[in-house]
Write a protein of this length. Sequence first.
Length: 150
Amino acid sequence: MRVFVYFNLHRHLWSVKALEGPDKGRVIAHSMHVYLSDVTPRVSEAGRQRVLREKRKNVHAGLVGTLRDVPRLGDGLYPITYNPYRWSKFHQRACSQQSNAVREFICAGYASLTAGKRPQVLVAAASWGAVEFLPQPTTATHPINQSAAA
């Protein structure tokens, strides 16, 4: 079954929304772990612009894929991340944690999602875009901190 998966900030779990079948458009599960195949990222640019304008989070980004029951075993899993204040797409850090180099995530054969206070998404057999070098945001210039200071 094709699904759209996004991190639920209130439950600290992954929300799984059906994209086909009788429950199409409805959240069919909340889970600590989700396994997908044939994964592609989905980011609504209009939703992202609303986050930037209102400085308030909303559901506008997630992963689309085929729901799987079993985790993939083996190596070659890479972490990906999304931050609407820094990027318009999902990315994987290409260098060390201190670097500002990132690679755009295009698609993957498999994804493993784990929920918690710091949700983690690992992908395998992925296709990547070019490496980008982005400026590191400082605490003072981050949009959330600016609104808190005002």
